[in-house]
Structure formats: C-alpha cells, structure tokens
Ligand binder design. Sequence first.
Ligand SMILES: [Zn+2]
Length: 383
Amino acid sequence: MNDIDKDGSTEPSVLLEKIAGEALEAQATDIHLEHTTGGISVKFRIDGRLVDMAHLKTPAASRLPTLIKYLAKLKTYMHRCPQDGEIDGAKFGFKGRVRVSVYPTVEGEKVALRIFNEDKRSFRLKSLNLPEDYLATLKRQLRQPEGLLLFTGPAGSGKTTTIYSSINYILKHGRTNIITIEDPVEARLEGVTQTAVDRAVGLDFPQALRCLLRQDPEVIAVGEIRDENTARITLRAAFTGHLGLSAIHAGSVVSVFVRLLEMQVEPFLLTSALRLVTAQRLLRKLCTGCGGEGCEECLQSGYKGRLPLVEYVVVDEDVRERVKNCSSEKSLLEFLKREKSFRPLGERAEYLIEAGKTDLAEVQRALGPGSVYAGLQTGKDMA
Ligand SMILES: [Zn+2]
C-alpha cells in the first residue's frame, strides 16, 4: 500500500478514500493513522490484530489528520487535546458510520477510525460459525419462556455479537417485547427497545433494570452484570417469567459460578434461574490460501478470518445440586468434565488445532500459555 500515492499528486481526500477502500476490502475494523518522523504510518486492525500497512511520506498524507478532523466536525486548529467525533459511512461508500478519535502524541497526532459497517453486521446466529452442538443448545434455550443465559469472555471475544444474534433469533421466533440495557448501545437492533445506562443522571444498571421491569418485558438483555444488585435483580426476573441474557466478567464457565457466589447471590436463586452459561473466545483461522505460510491473501500473516471457541454448560438438576454444595472451582470443573457434555476451552481448542483450523500459537495468544492441555486455571476456593 506504500505506493498508494506514488507520484505525490493525490489530493488528501482521494487518498483517504483509497485508504478506506483498502480497509473495507481487507475487512478491517479500525484504521490507525499516526504522525511519525517524516510521515504518516497507516495500520489496519484485521481479525483483532493491528497490521502495518504503509508509511506515507507525501504532503497529502501529512494533511490526512486535519482532513479527518474536518470531516468529523472537530476543531482542526486544536492539536493538544484528545477529540472524538463521527463521519457518515456514506462518505466512503458504505452504510454505517466511522467513529473518529484523535489523540495528541509527541510527533503530532494519532487518529483512530473505527468502522461500523452495518452492511456487514447482520447479527444472525447461523452466520457466527458456532459449534453445531452449541448452536442447537443455545437455540433451544432461547425458545424457553424464562431463565437466565450468561455469556463471558474478555473484550473482543465476540460475546456481544452472540448476544445480539440471540436477540434477533428470539425476535424471529415470535417474542417481540424485548428490552436491552447497555453501556453503551453498540449497534441498533431493529424491533428491539434499546436503552443505555447514564450515570450522569444516576441511571445505572440496577436502577434501569428496576424501572424497565415495571413495563413487564418478555425478554430482557442486560449489557453486563457487574455488581450484586444487578445480579440479584436479573436472576429474580429470570426466575419470575422473563427470559434474560447478560454478559458477566469471568474467564470461564466455572468462574462464572464462582463470581456470582462471590457477589453473595443466594445459591438457590442462582441455580434456579440460571439455564445456560457460555464462555467464548475468538481465534484467528489459518489462511486457507497458504495454510499458514503467509501469502498475499492474508497479508503475509498466515491467518484470515476468525472463528469462535466456545465452552458451555446447561444448568440442569445435577449441576444445580453440585453448585449449591460445591467447595472449590477445581472440584466443580472436575465434576463437569466427568459427567457432562461439557468440554473446556482448552480441549475444544486442541480439536481445532488438530482439524487444521488454527494453530497452537494463536490458541496460546487467546487462552494464555499452557492452557491447551490444562484447561484448569486455578484451584481457588469458592466463597
Ligand atoms: Zn495466506
């Protein structure tokens, strides 16, 4: 891409369109432009990783940050403070928007563009590449009238996409009174009432939940359970005739139980309301063009596209009993491995490596070293 402005005669606006075009072509989610000594560096985020694309030294390139600030209606004369804005995706030929954030650096400015391409984001369960056994289980649970489904995984693990796609599935299967509480709303879902928490006016998750439950929705999706109040209200709602979906911060299925017990949620409420717990990661797929060697298709990285890695457990009578009487994270994990269709992330990852879908380096990046053959992170005692 270094020759994108070969003779140095390109206008900055044409140059920007060319860069955006390349980014869309590469299915990048972000474009980073940064003043460096003697030019502008261009990086794309592809499959979750930043990739060096070019180092442009032309006068047009050095004017890109100012042009972007102008398009995003930011103060072009201000260089010393961070600014945020937005550009309509139509400017680059797609439906959606580009979120712009500008940050001052010692060399000049760093501009990050996040692409929200609505053409690409249809949020359909069947297009997520979820393992078949899991997809069938998830769909079955989504058709139930009540109960709570919890999703966990670090930022960028695809859990929001799974939740959004699940909501669309519920919508398609007849239930239309669906309310979300998010922080912030990441994408608009047609036919769903989406609300955002707003701490400035004292509207946090528990407060918003209490208000919205009075409107008696059939389905309620809570952006994230972060505290014991939110946990308790959500679980109680799921126990009294609502279907609930929520994310929770924990590393694995087993740690979700531990986290909730640590929040002092009554084991009875926890186990009677909870139906399905899912932990997710996204793994980069080995490029099918070169098998991981590196080629033009995959920009020499050896990877192209991503696929979800999922572990889950359906909370049935046995699991319920076990959680209530469980003394440690380790013993619960041992129980699930022995008795259930449950397979830990590490084991499922191993299978994907054997099937040639990804490699050990990528799994270790996503799960941490040693995780493939252990699947066991801690032996921490439960509260
Ligand atoms: Zn390749």
